[in-house]
Ligand binder design. Structure first.
Ligand code: GTP
Ligand code: MG
Length: 188
């Protein structure tokens, strides 16, 4: 029979940027009769949304299915002491979601450093894997625009991969669908 294509997605970015909140939004909501902010084409394999999100220790693995793909999302911890875990998953991943806290001006340079290290890694460099950026926390009053974030991260220098940046508010679930639709299109 027809098997769904298996895709591994790595979710990276500094601690507190909103990675786990974004992934939690992709899960079906607890409230019956409520479809959640995302289309019915993304289904979490088992769990529903959690109310309280805590800093990730190490990483979490979440599985989703769309009509054509079966996703395994590695939700990595962004804390500096766990960032050395990231590279162990580069080889087997097919796409990257990189989340930025658009309100965290002070650590934008740290986010850029981590991104540059990632993009120059031997298991990532020269691969055509898509990279989806979420300029998250766009609801914050002093949040930078996605254009500003992309300038500060020098995204225009990424020539070897398709990439896309979306402004998002992971708490309300805004902007997530656009990004995921793009990613889905890139990997199907
Ligand atoms: P680590 O697991 O430590 O790497 O962090 P993370 O990137 O998974 O961040 P997490 O999802 O735990 O979110 C960190 C905090 O930011 C939480 O208090 C979230 O509620 C909050 N948060 C996430 N997304 C948004 C957003 O779009 N807007 C606002 N205002 N807060 C957000
Ligand atoms: Mg987390």
């Amino acid at each position: 029979g027809l098997r769904k294509k298996e895709v591994n997605v790595l979710c990276l970015g500094l601690d507190n940027s909103g990675k786990t909140t974004i992934i939690n939004q992709l899960k079906p909501s607890n409230h019956s009769n409520h479809l959640g902010p995302l289309s019915a084409d993304w289904k979490h394999v088992s769990q529903t949304q959690t109310q309280e999100i805590v800093p990730t220790i190490g990483f979490n693995i979440e599985r989703f299915k769309s009509s054509s793909l079966s996703f395994t999302v590695f939700d990595m911890s962004g804390q500096s002491r766990y960032r050395n875990l990231w590279e162990h998953y580069y080889k087997e991943s097919h796409a990257i979601i990189f989340v930025i806290d658009s309100g965290d001006k002070l650590r934008m340079v740290v986010a850029k450093e981590e991104l540059d290290t990632l993009l120059n890694h031997e298991d990532i460099r020269n691969r055509k894997m898509p990279v989806l950026f979420f300029a998250n926390k766009m609801d914050l009053r002093d949040a930078m625009s996605s254009v500003r974030v992309s300038q500060l991260l020098s995204l225009e220098n990424i020539k070897d991969k398709p990439w896309h940046i979306c402004a998002s508010d992971a708490i309300k679930g805004e902007g997530l669908q656009e990004g995921l639709d793009w990613l889905h299109e890139q990997i199907s």
